[in-house]
Design a protein around this ligand. Structure first.
Ligand code: CP
Length: 299
């Protein structure tokens, strides 16, 4: 079994991963990987949290992670991804891949003999969404019926994965962004099969009565050439104290990081009392461990 998309996990499977995370927190016995289990981190894009947390996860579970900077491999000299996947999966027990092209991830998955985990593509960030939704569930002691607002660039990978994972567990989703920017149609329509998911251009209307206000960079990896235009387009949708004032009392602010204070989120909110971003970042390690255990038990 792979984790390529948030669509790969049913509601029951997400809850199973969350149960493993709870068991890890409680220090339940027997939650480790087989001795010498090895994970290849096949990355072509920068990462701080995902790379380090996967490496720590493997060490803490009794296994080992090998970071593979794709630019230093023979991929750079024309070896195909398919051949690379066949070879690396002959050595390692898991592959976690961070790459711009989701099709490249699918190529690796098709040619790998071991489970492949999406560690971010242009289209999705499923392990991030698991950490995010787990953080929300722990904070509120529930998820069903909460209103989660995603503000800013509602057409990008964290929005796609968050809306699927949270909607499957019964949260309502409000996507709040500028006119002319629509969510990815496939993810939007899929999420609407599970819960209420709506698009708003009006910030007050969209953020009204929110339990969670979530944002991410206005300039996703690979879109740097249009940074100036995007920053201007999304600027009114910055998560700041005005937007937070439309939310419910007790609402939380979330961001997967890295954050750009003064762009998609104000410093006041990111570093303020409503922010749960450091807990959210810490939970990446926990949920990656839970995913690795879940996949190794499903193999
Ligand atoms: N949130 C996240 O994926 O962080 P990194 O890009 O640092 O891995």
């Amino acid at each position: 079994m792979n984790l390529l998309s948030s669509n790969d996990l049913s509601k029951a499977e997400i809850n199973k991963v969350f149960d493993i995370a709870d068991d890890l927190v409680e220090g339940k016995e027997g939650l480790s990987l087989k001795e010498h289990t090895t994970l290849a981190l096949l990355f072509s894009e920068p990462s701080t949290r995902t790379r380090v947390s996967f490496e720590v996860a493997m060490a803490q579970l009794g296994g080992h992670a090998i970071f593979v900077d794709m630019s230093t491999t023979h991929l750079k000299r024309g070896e195909t991804l398919a051949d690379t996947a066949k070879v690396i999966s002959g050595y390692c027990d898991f592959i976690a891949m961070r790459v711009d092209s989701h099709d490249d991830l699918l190529t690796v998955a098709r040619n790998s003999s071991v489970p492949v985990i999406n560690a971010l593509t242009r289209l999705e960030h499923p392990t991030q969404a698991l950490a995010d939704v787990y953080t929300i569930q722990k904070h509120f002691s529930r998820i069903k019926g909460l209103k989660i607002v995603f503000a800013g660039d509602i057409a990008q990978n964290t929005a796609n994965s968050l809306m699927i994972t949270a909607a499957k567990l019964g949260a309502d989703i409000a996507l709040v962004g500028p006119k002319g920017v629509m969510p990815n149609e496939l993810f939007f329509n899929k999420a609407r099969e599970y819960s209420k998911v709506d698009v708003y251009n009006d910030i007050e209307e969209g953020a009204s009565e929110a339990d969670v206000i979530y944002t991410d960079t206005f300039v996703s990896m690979g879109l740097e050439s249009s940074a100036e235009g995007r920053t201007k387009l999304f600027a009114p949708y910055q998560v700041n104290s005005t937007m937070m004032s439309y939310a419910r009392e007790g609402a939380i602010a979330m961001h997967p990081l890295p954050a750009h204070r003064g762009e998609e989120i104000s410093a006041e909110v990111l570093d303020g009392a409503q922010s749960v971003v450091w807990e959210q970042a810490r939970n990446k390690l926990l949920l990656e461990k839970a995913v690795l255990i879940y996949l190794s038990n499903s193999a």
